[in-house]
Ligand binder design. Structure first.
Ligand code: ARG
Length: 571
C-alpha cells in the first residue's frame, strides 16, 4: 500500500513532465498533509522551491499544475494559495478506496534506502547484576525501535550486548569462594551475587591484598582457566534465566545475545591496527587515542598498562565484527545519556579507522519515581520484576472497578496486558531525552495519553463491531464510504498519516511520535463516535462508519503492536 503522499507526488510529477518535458529534478517535490483543512487535505510548495530553476513565477507554475489535475482520480480540486502554495482536495471516492485498502498489504516504503542490516543494540544488562531502571528504558525503547524498522521493511538484528566480560568477574569469583550463602544463591542468585560483590568492595577497603587476588582470578578467567570459566558460565546462565523471565513478561525478544565476551578475541587485533595506523599511541604504558582539540573529547583508553582491554575496546571490536558479518545499513545503540561521551569516542575512533557505516547513539534521560516507592536506599537498583508485578496488581484493581462483570480469568489476562502495557507506554510516549516521571495513577488512568486509554478505545470499537455482527450487520469490507460530516472526513485523513508517523519515528528514533499519533487518532475517533450515530444510522451510512471504525481499530492495534503494547478485545 502506497503512502498517500507518494501517490500524490507521483501524480504531480506526471503533470510536471507534461508541462516541462526537460525538467528532471524531482528531489524537492514533496506533498504533505495540511494542518488545517481550509488549505485543502494535502499541500505542496513545489512551485516555490523550483521557481528559480524553471525561470517562472511560483504562482504561474502553481496555476499550471493546478490545471493539470483536471480529470485526476485522486484530486478533486487543486487551489493556488498565497505566493504559490498548491492546496489539494481529495476526491471522496478516492479517499474511501484508500481507507478500504488499509491492511490489505504492507505499506510501501521502497522509496527509503533500506539495503543492508540495521543492528539495534539494546537492553544489554550487566551479568550478575539486576537490571535497573535504565535497562528497562533501553529494553522498551530499543524494542520499539526494532519493531519500527522492521515494520518499514528493514532487515533488523536486535542484539542484547550483555555486559559479560568486566572486571566484576574476578571479584565475584573471590567472593563466591569465600562468602557465598548457598541457600540464598539458590533462592535468588543475582541478589546473592550482588551481595557478595558489595561484600568484596567492603572488605577490600581494609584488605588491599583482595584486589590483587581478584586480578589474578580475572586473568585466569581471561586466559581460559577451566574452573573460573565454569563459574563465569554459571553466573551468566543464572543471570540470563532471571532476565529471561522479565523479557518474556514484557514480550521482548532478541535475535542475538553476543555480549562483550564474544568480541574478546578481536580486541588485540583492534589495538594493533590502531597502533599500526598511528591512530593510537603508548602513553604512560597504556594505549590511548588522543583526539584533536576541536573534538572536545577526552582521550580514549583502549588498553591498560597491565594489558587489559576496556569498554571502548570491546565496542570497537564489536563494530569490526558487525561490519564484517553483516552488510550494515546502520547500527543503533540505545543507552542512557551518561554513555554519550563513550559513544562519541567510539564513533570517532571508528571513523579514523575508515569504518564509515552510519552509527547512532540513541540516548535517553532518567526516570524518576513520583512516590519514591521503588528507589531503594542503596541506590537506583529497582527490581523490575516487582515493578511489573505492582503494575499488574494496580491494573487489576482498576479493571475490577471499571468492568466487574468480566470473567475472572479474563480479568487476569486484561490486567497483565494493561499493567505491562501501561509501564511500557508511559516510557514510550514521552520524549525520550526528557526525564520521565513514573507515576502509577497517571499511567493507569483511562484518560489522557496512556495505554489504558488507547487500549480501551480499541476494545470499545471491537465491541461495537461484535454488536453489529450479532445483529446480522457485520462490517463489510467492500462498503461504500461516505464522508458526509467533518468528523468522518478528518478521521479518514488522519488514518492516512499513520505510515508517516512511523517513518518520522524511525528517522528520529522517537517512538513517542507514534504514541502521539495514536493518541490523536483516539481523540479523533472519540469525537467522531460522540457526534455521529453508527449502528442507529441508515444502512449505507452505517456500513461506511462501521468500516471507518474497523480501520481505526486496525491502525490502533498495529500502532500499539509496533510499540510492543498488546491489545485486548474486551476490557
Ligand atoms: N552493558 C552496558 C550497561 O549496562 C550497556 C551496553 C550498551 N551497548 C554497547 N554496545 N556498549 O551500561
Amino acid at each position: 500500500m502506497r503512502l498517500m503522499e507518494k501517490i500524490l507526488e507521483a501524480e504531480l510529477a506526471g503533470i510536471l513532465k507534461k508541462i516541462y518535458p526537460d525538467f528532471s529534478d524531482f528531489s524537492k517535490l514533496f506533498v504533505q498533509k495540511t494542518g488545517d483543512n481550509k488549505f485543502g487535505d494535502y499541500q505542496t510548495n513545489f512551485a516555490m522551491t523550483t521557481a528559480k530553476t524553471l525561470g517562472r513565477k511560483p504562482v504561474e507554475i502553481a496555476r499550471e499544475i493546478a490545471d493539470g489535475f483536471a480529470g485526476s482520480e485522486a484530486v478533486e480540486r487543486a487551489e493556488v494559495a498565497g505566493p504559490g502554495f498548491l492546496n489539494l482536495f481529495l476526491r471522496a471516492d478516492f479517499l474511501g478506496g484508500y481507507i478500504r485498502g488499509i491492511g490489505a498489504s504492507p505499506y510501501d516504503y521502497s522509496f527509503v534506502q533500506r539495503d543492508g542490516a540495521v543492528v539495534v543494540d539494546y537492553s544489554s544488562p550487566n551479568i550478575a547484576k539486576r537490571m535497573h531502571i535504565g535497562h528497562l528504558r533501553s529494553t522498551v525503547i530499543g524494542d520499539a525501535i526494532k519493531r519500527i524498522y522492521r515494520f518499514m521493511g528493514y532487515d533488523v538484528v536486535g542484539d542484547n550486548h550483555l555486559g559479560d566480560w568486566g572486571t566484576q568477574f574476578g571479584k565475584l569469583i573471590v567472593g563466591y569462594r569465600n562468602w557465598l550463602d548457598r541457600a540464598a544463591y539458590e533462592q535468588s542468585p543475582i541478589e546473592e551475587l550482588e551481595r557478595i560483590y558489595v561484600e568484596f568492595e567492603r572488605r577490600s577497603e581494609n584488605d588491599p591484598a583482595l584486589a590483587e587476588t581478584a586480578r589474578v582470578e580475572l586473568k585466569k578467567l581471561q586466559d581460559g582457566d577451566p574452573v573460573n570459566t565454569g563459574l563465569w558460565k554459571e553466573f551468566i546462565d543464572l543471570s540470563l534465566k532471571e532476565y529471561g523471565k522479565i523479557y518474556t513478561r514484557m514480550g521482548v525478544s532478541f535475535d542475538t545475545w553476543y555480549g562483550e565476551s564474544f568480541y574478546h578475541g578481536l580486541m588485540p587485533g583492534v589495538v594493533k591496527t590502531l597502533m599500526d595506523k598511528g591512530i593510537a599511541k603508548v602513553s604512560e604504558d597504556a594505549v590511548v587515542v588522543f583526539f584533536d582539540e576541536s573534538e572536545h573529547l577526552p582521550p580514549c583508553l583502549v588498553q591498560k598498562k597491565d594489558g587489559a582491554f576496556l569498554y571502548a575496546t570491546s565496542d570497537l571490536a564489536c563494530i569490526k565484527y558487525r561490519r564484517e558479518n553483516y552488510k550494515l545499513n546502520r547500527i543503533i545503540y540505545v543507552t542512557d545519556d551518561r554513555q554519550s561521551d563513550h559513544f562519541r569516542q567510539v564513533f570517532r575512533v571508528s571513523e579514523l579507522l575508515g569504518w564509515n557505516e552510519p552509527k547512532s547513539h540513541v540516548p535517553f534521560g532518567f526516570m524518576k519515581f513520583a512516590d519514591g516507592m521503588f528507589s531503594t536506599r542503596k541506590g537506583n537498583v529497582i527490581p523490575l520484576d516487582s515493578l511489573l508485578e505492582e503494575a499488574v496488581k494496580r491494573a487489576r484493581a482498576v479493571i475490577d472497578e471499571k468492568n466487574p462483570n468480566l470473567p475472572e480469568e479474563e480479568k487476569d489476562n486484561v490486567a497483565e496486558r494493561v499493567g505491562v502495557g501501561a509501564v511500557k507506554y508511559a516510557d514510550l510516549s514521552k520524549n525520550r531525552v526528557s526525564m520521565v516521571i513514573f507515576d502509577w495513577d497517571k499511567m493507569l488512568s483511562f484518560e489522557g495519553n496512556t495505554a489504558p486509554y488507547l487500549m480501551y478505545t480499541y476494545a470499545r470499537i471491537r465491541s461495537m463491531l461484535r454488536k453489529a455482527e450479532d445483529a446480522g450487520k457485520a462490517c463489510r469490507e467492500d462498503a461504500e464510504m461516505f464522508f458526509t460530516e467533518d468528523a468522518e472526513r478528518s478521521l479518514a485523513l488522519l488514518l492516512t498519516q499513520f505510515p508517516v508517523a512511523v517513518m518520522k519515528a524511525a528517522e528520529t528514533f522517537s517512538p513517542n511520535l507514534i504514541a502521539d499519533y495514536l493518541f490523536e487518532l483516539c481523540q479523533g475517533y472519540n469525537s467522531f463516535y460522540n457526534a455521529l450515530p453508527v449502528l442507529k444510522e441508515k444502512e449505507s451510512l452505517m456500513y461506511s462508519r462501521l468500516l471507518l471504525s474497523e480501520r481505526v481499530s486496525r491502525i490502533l492495534k498495529t500502532g500499539l503492536d509496533i510499540l510492543g503494547v498488546e491489545c485486548v478485545e474486551r476490557m
